[in-house]
Design a protein around this ligand. Structure first.
Ligand code: GTR
Length: 413
């Protein structure tokens, strides 16, 4: 019998660098059978597929089938948003299968002076209406986590939460830089709770299936699937430049943006903000949040097979730097926050560093040194990294960096 005290000790997170276990960082340019990969062609034919298969079957889970947009509708639009400098559109995508139906709404702001705008695409945690004070933004009726400080009780979003997350979204700066912003409430794709009867997962169940099989998708892969469907829509929208979509996410949604960028090569660039365990951070370091801890607290985020690595990180044949490598040669930005030790800033940095050999194959510049940069001193190459002062959050500093980097990476072509 395990007492509660013991359980707590078992899960005590390590924040001491000297207690990080010794481990070998898997070489992204070596196959699991030991064979070395020496060029782009072998990477694309052999190395990349092997790693992608590993992450698909053992970490995020595979999408069991295909489902495209059934119908979509622009439910609201204006040519006079954000004080006149932007266009606004709210587009509802509807998905139908086997008598089930799901819809999600993309809020899009586009700069009026750009014809075919590049966009940042990212999920929000509490509804599209929280990212702006714009009174025209529709409030989602999907399930939301209760948060009395935002007036969210009975799992319903209300007017009270309008604009409560404006601090996390640099809408004006994005528009002024010539980018659009597209955002979706993640709860419309899959409510963030350990319940696989709602959201997108049941659309693919066969017979009496109640939850995804061990190698089938968790919520992170479900949310990533939604981002790909938003991309399907962008391909139909002449006002959006579908070749310049930067997929962005914070925390669990940063894990999601990484997986979306890996699985859908249509995304031109990827940003992971404070994504931590199961995102950019190296699992083998076991610093802050660990595999066992995350699978315990959030049993629905990853596929069931990921639990095989609970307290068993040594057995992982691949680590999260190889997830970043799967994005190559497309630009990827990993960002940490000094006080966000739970997400292991050093582990996030090292991931970007150890992904670099794959970028080298393409002649793209990664992170040249294992030395972490000082706080608030970004390294902005094709692989970019910064650690800023402050805690687990998305700040003006973060957006300033993302806009500058995305402009350099995507606008001068
Ligand atoms: C934490 C979780 C992290 C991170 C974060 C978030 O509770 O342990 O992995 O995803 O939530 O999404 O804000």
């Amino acid at each position: 019998q395990i007492s509660f005290g013991q359980l707590r000790v078992e899960f005590e997170p390590n924040y001491d660098e000297s207690k990080v276990p010794e481990f070998e960082v898997p070489d992204p340019l070596r196959m699991f059978n030991g064979r070395k990969i020496r060029n782009q062609r072998r990477w694309e034919k052999k190395g990349r597929p092997e790693l992608l298969e590993f992450f698909t079957r053992n970490v995020y889970g595979r999408v069991p089938g295909e489902l495209g947009i059934s119908t979509w509708e622009v439910v609201e639009q204006s040519d006079n948003a954000l004080g006149g400098k932007a266009k606004r559109k709210q587009v509802d995508l509807v998905f139908k299968k086997n008598g089930r139906s799901l819809h999600f709404n993309i809020l899009i702001y586009l700069p009026k002076n750009v014809d075919n705008a590049p966009v940042f695409l990212g999920y929000n945690f509490y509804g599209n209406h929280t990212i702006t004070n714009d009174v025209n933004v529709i409030i989602s009726d999907a399930w939301a986590r209760n948060n009395p400080s935002f007036g969210i009780i009975n799992n319903q979003l209300t007017e009270q939460s309008r604009g409560v997350r404006v601090n996390r979204w640099a809408v004006n700066e994005i528009i002024d830089a010539g980018f659009g912003l597209a955002t979706i409430y993640y709860g419309e794709v899959d409510p963030d709770k350990d319940d696989f009867r709602d959201g997108i997962h049941p659309f693919f169940y066969v017979d009496a299936q109640q939850r995804p099989a061990a190698d089938e998708w968790g919520s992170v892969a479900g949310w990533a699937w939604g981002l790909s469907r938003a991309m399907d829509y962008f391909e139909e929208d002449a006002e959006v430049n579908e070749n310049k979509v930067v997929v962005f996410g914070h925390s669990r949604l940063g894990k999601t943006s990484l997986w979306a960028g890996v699985t859908d090569e249509r995304f031109a660039a990827v940003i992971s903000n404070n994504s931590g365990c199961g995102g950019a951070a190296l699992s083998k370091r076991q610093f802050g949040e660990t595999v066992a801890r995350i699978n315990n607290s959030f049993p629905h985020w990853f596929c069931k097979n990921f639990r095989n690595y609970n307290k068993n990180e040594d057995a992982l044949p691949a680590d999260q730097h190889e997830l970043l490598a799967l994005i190559a040669p497309r630009p990827v930005y990993v960002a940490s926050a000094e006080e966000d030790q739970w997400a292991d800033p050093r582990g996030e940095f090292l991931s970007a560093f150890y992904a670099t050999p794959v970028y080298d194959l393409y002649g793209e510049k990664g992170i040249p040194s294992k030395e972490m940069p000082a706080v608030n001193q970004p390294i902005q190459n094709t692989v970019a990294y910064h650690i800023r002062t402050g805690g687990h959050d998305v700040t003006g500093f973060d957006w300033e960096q993302y806009i500058k980097w995305a402009t350099e990476q995507l606008m001068n072509e």
